[in-house]
Design a binder for this molecule. Structure first.
Ligand SMILES: Cc1cc2nc3c(=O)[nH]c(=O)nc-3n(C[C@H](O)[C@H](O)[C@H](O)COP(=O)(O)OP(=O)(O)OC[C@H]3O[C@@H](n4cnc5c(N)ncnc54)[C@H](O)[C@@H]3O)c2cc1C
Length: 331
């Protein structure tokens, strides 16, 4: 059986793995302690935060079919949020999200979808792939202190572009394309309160400030109801300029921005943590959905080839897997 190493166990890597698992011997390597990548959930009992992706849409037939069984089994649910928009400090729009254009979340946390997808797969978490080298016609993956992680026929990168560029051989036909991509940063501010803040919204898009999004994480379906969990995102623009700043400065600044906007002193929260995402997001792209060097037997997928969206991560992984399925069937 063809052996395939997939680096990264976010949605794109897990999508490839699930589509190829019956035709190839798949091993995933993930540097974090758990799967899910930017569809992340942070626990700080009694508080829970989806500090990466907030919700997702399913516009394509392929993604709708993919999530349908997970909707049936309750791993994916619709978030019917009270949604508002802030412009220059005031609420200018209000609406109730509805079933006609569903906003989906995984349950009980955003990482549940990836956990479900990884159930029957071989995933080595806490394993940072440091280099890839070729010996004869096989790829060798190395971890910390050059430890050999395994030998494979194919390697697939599902990493954010900048991280992929540090690992992939520069001889690949598409290498310069990967190297030229710049993703945007974002900060996630996580605030836990003992009591409900009684806000006018569950989810808010914010314009004209250095924060771009506020959600009441505890308003999502299937979340634990202890206290109130607020999740705030900075704008990508502000984060790009401050990603290397001291965490306590970033936390205080984003708390002040939030307090001014919602009229509560959020610095009084019981739990306050900020997380910086260096490679968070990217605007809509217009090139290929995935990259493949058939001669070298290397494939690349990830949201950044399409747009910084959950559905884009799925589409990129799905299309790469379909291409590899075609190649392996003709081998
Ligand atoms: C703050 C934020 C908010 C967002 N909000 C939304 C939203 O509301 N809706 C939406 O649709 N999308 C949103 N997104 C985007 C969405 O999360 C991503 O599009 C999607 O999760 C990307 O999946 P992926 O598999 O392409 O990459 P990732 O999820 O980044 O997976 C890549 C994986 O590779 C691992 N990795 C990296 N380097 C190595 C290495 N050397 N060795 C081993 N493993 C490695 C990483 O740890 C990671 O788990 C948001 C993202 C962020 C950061």
């Amino acid at each position: 059986m063809t052996s395939i190493a997939i680096i990264g166990a976010g949605l794109s890597g897990l999508t490839v793995a699930n589509r190829l698992k019956n035709i190839a011997d798949i091993t995933l390597f993930e540097k974090s302690r758990g799967v899910s990548g930017r569809m992340a959930t942070r626990r700080a009992e009694p508080y829970f935060f989806d500090h990466g992706a907030q919700f997702f849409k399913a516009r394509t037939d392929a993604f709708q079919s993919f999530i349908a069984p997970m909707i049936d089994s309750g791993i994916v649910a619709v978030w019917d949020a009270h949604f508002v928009e802030f412009l220059d400090g005031a609420i200018t729009q209000k609406r109730q999200w509805g079933k006609d254009s569903p906003h989906y979340v995984s349950v009980p946390g955003m990482n549940a979808l990836a956990k479900h997808l990884s159930q029957e797969l071989t995933v080595h978490c806490g394993t940072h792939v440091h280099s890839i080298t070729k010996q004869s016609d096989k790829w060798l993956l190395h971890g910390e202190q050059d430890k050999l992680l395994g030998t494979f026929d194919w390697v697939i990168s599902s990493l954010p572009a900048e991280q992929a560029a540090t690992l992939l051989p520069s001889s690949l036909v598409f290498y310069q394309q990967v190297k030229s991509v710049n993703m945007k940063s974002c900060f996630s501010l996580m605030l836990g309160f003992e009591d409900d803040l009684a806000l006018d919204f569950d989810a808010a898009l914010v314009y004209g400030e250095d924060i771009s999004w506020i959600s009441v994480n505890s308003s999502k379906p299937g979340r634990k109801a202890d206290g109130c969990c607020l999740l705030i995102h900075s704008t990508n623009h502000w984060a790009n300029g401050h990603i290397d700043d001291d965490c306590s400065y970033v936390l205080d600044y984003l708390c002040k921005q939030t307090s001014n906007l919602i009229g509560h002193d959020v610095s009084l929260a019981n739990h306050k943590v900020v997380h910086g995402w260096r490679y968070a997001n990217i605007d809509k792209q217009h090139g290929e959905t995935h990259l493949i060097d058939q001669e070298a037997r290397i494939g690349v997928c990830g949201d950044w080839l399409i747009q910084g969206r959950v559905e884009a991560a799925f589409t990129s992984g799905y299309k790469l897997a379909n291409t590899i399925l075609g190649l392996l069937k003709h081998d």
